[in-house]
Design a protein around this ligand. Structure first.
Ligand SMILES: Nc1ncnc2c1ncn2[C@@H]1O[C@H](COP(=O)(O)OP(=O)(O)OP(=O)(O)O)[C@@H](O)[C@H]1O
Length: 560
């Protein structure tokens, strides 16, 4: 229920429009029914004094200057009911558009909040949790909104029918409606049961997809070592739990439908007896009352089923909203205002950095000369990647400072600084798209000329221009059609396409065979003097090509 209120606040215009349309539809429906009731009374001639709704209907006919004949009442009644159907259709279209908006807005909010979060927060997030939020939870949340809208429609319909019945005989209707409401209230435990199963499903899907994404990422060694059964056993427990939650959900849904029907039949039976025998009402009035009350309670029953569906989806919305809120709380604040320039050097002055309580770098003094190739070497875990992340402003020193051409990095506009950086990771992570899309990553400011220039600089133009479709050639999953060295040179071209001043290469040659490694080192060698390069590498070839080599050991600099 809280979810519906949240959506209503997020989309006030659309929600009010849909609700207003549904209320108008309800009123039109009520008028149509009143006209048909008047017609029924006219036909049977049983009741002398028309009830209030019939009186209202007859007044409308009179105002229209028409005679209240059977044909007029029937025609107007049918027209009103058809008009109601059209208004409901328009309202539902509005609801449909909003459902699509809800899913899209949630997805965009998730992407933005995660992309704008601090690097350290991002590192701590399981990829599976985010893809589950993006795919499953956003869909289920929008379904929840849809079921909430259905519930509102059903309640409005129920109110219209109940209102008509109350206007005919308020005492009888009140007793019948309270009794009907109580019967439905008895079934509310099935709504709660389905909601509980929905919550378990949400939690299980989140952890299942997190584990699965991690395992699929590491599937090659598992397969090579014949240990894929291990993945199976890890996932099967959660899958079995998920099955149990789904079974409970299905049972709760089926039980609600199965129990609502006999309860409605009991209500109709008791109503007949009560109105006819206890209250001595005329048969025609009893028929009308039973019709109106049965319709009202039937709409309430449908509303209860929609509530049940909404409860199943609601937990997905809260989980997704929680992920978005958490990422927003971890948003990276805008840092610095000064325009960066890299003409002389990047200087570390007594820089120290800790991961929580663990000191990773301490007392780092370092100069990275502009236009030079500087290579960072050192044992695993000594702090090389941390040092690079500090240069990129992804992490911030706990002590000391980093100066870019003499200006403290903390004072420099971080977004502009990062746009001056080209970054080549160990694994080039190419997407299953064309060469050009892999280079521009969808940036509308970059075109084929930029791509060609970057490919030439990265020494990749030779093999790309001989591909059947050139830069439009599709690369296949993870760039599977290219050799390791070719993939890495494409990654270098991607890093160069926006003309960076600083190129960071994080173990860019460590996954390559000897030949590819030599080709990539030759490429890096050709770039020397054209921009500043900072490389983490153990590669002897790259160390030999370097203008400066810095050895990091146990978080400190050792002179080479
Ligand atoms: N997100 C993190 N949270 C906590 N500790 C971390 C985190 N990332 C790295 N560390 C720790 O910081 C230290 C330095 O790590 P870093 O990745 O900078 O080393 P590295 O020299 O690049 O290692 P490698 O050559 O193996 O990549 C290591 O002890 C590592 O365990």
């Amino acid at each position: 229920m809280r979810m519906l209120w949240t959506f209503a606040k997020a989309y006030p215009g659309r929600t009010s429009l849909a609700l207003a349309a549904l209320v108008v539809a309800g009123l039109v429906d009520g008028l149509g029914l009143s006209l048909l009731l008047s017609m029924l009374n006219l036909a049977t001639g049983e009741q002398e004094d028309p009830s209030m709704p019939e009186q209202v209907a007859l007044d409308v006919v009179d105002r229209l200057g028409l005679d209240p004949t059977l044909v007029t009442l029937l025609t107007l009644g049918v027209l009103m009911i058809a008009l109601k159907a059209v208004i409901v259709l328009l309202a539902n279209r509005q609801v449909g558009y909003t459902v699509a908006h809800v899913a899209t807005d949630l997805r965009l909010s998730l992407v933005r909040s995660v992309m704008e979060s601090r690097w350290r927060y991002y590192l701590s997030q399981p990829v599976g949790k985010l893809s589950n939020a993006m795919a499953t939870e956003a869909n289920r949340a929008s379904e929840g909104f849809y079921h909430g809208a259905v519930m509102a429609t059903q309640i409005i319909n129920a109110v219209v029918y109940a209102g008509l019945a109350l206007l005919i005989s308020w005492q009888a209707s009140l007793i019948a409606l309270v009794f009907g409401g109580l019967l439905l209230g008895l079934l509310h435990f099935l709504v709660r049961m389905a909601g509980g199963a929905g919550r378990r499903q949400t939690g299980l899907l989140k952890s299942l997809l997190s584990v699965m994404t991690d395992q699929l990422g590491a599937v090659k060694p598992l397969k090579a070592m014949g240990r894929e059964d291990h993945v199976d056993s890890m996932l099967s427990n959660q899958t079995r739990e998920l099955k149990k939650a789904l079974k409970n959900q299905v049972f709760a849904k089926a039980a609600l439908i199965a129990l609502q029907e006999p309860m409605l039949a009991i209500l109709v039976g008791i109503g007949f007896f009560f109105f006819l025998v206890q209250m001595n009402m005329p048969m025609a009035t009893v028929m009308i009352m039973i019709f109106l009350i049965a319709r009202s309670v039937n709409h309430l029953a449908k509303g209860q089923r929609a509530w049940q569906h909404m409860s199943i989806s609601e937990s997905a919305y809260w989980s997704l909203a929680g992920t978005i809120d958490e990422a927003r709380r971890e948003a990276e604040p805008p840092r610095g205002f000064r325009t960066p320039a890299l003409n002389d050097e990047i200087r570390f002055e007594r820089v120290g950095f800790k991961y929580d309580a663990k000191e990773v770098l301490s007392g780092i003094d370092l100069d990275i000369r502009s236009g030079h190739l500087t290579v960072l070497t050192g044992p695993s875990g000594s702090g090389k990647t941390t040092l690079i992340d500090l240069v990129a402003g992804l992490l911030h020193p706990d002590s000391g400072r980093i100066l870019i051409d003499g200006v403290d990095l903390q004072e420099i506009d971080h977004r502009r600084w990062r746009r001056m950086i080209g970054y080549v990771p160990q694994d080039p992570l190419l997407i299953n798209d064309s060469v050009i899309r892999n280079l521009t990553l969808g940036d509308p400011d970059l075109g084929p000329d930029d791509a060609e220039r970057a490919l030439k600089m990265a020494d990749a133009w030779g093999f790309i221009s001989t591909l059947p479709d050139g830069m439009e050639t599709l690369l296949g999953e993870r760039g599977g059609r290219l050799s390791g060295g070719q993939r890495q040179r494409l990654a270098i071209a991607r890093a160069l396409i926006h003309r960076p001043s600083l190129l960071i290469l994080d173990e860019a040659t460590s996954n390559l065979d000897h030949e590819s490694e030599a080709a990539v080192i030759a490429t890096i060698g050709q770039l020397k003097g054209r921009l500043t390069m900072l490389a983490v590498s153990h590669d002897e070839g790259l160390v030999e090509a370097a203008d400066a080599v810095i050895r990091v050991q146990e978080g400190r600099i050792r002179k080479c």
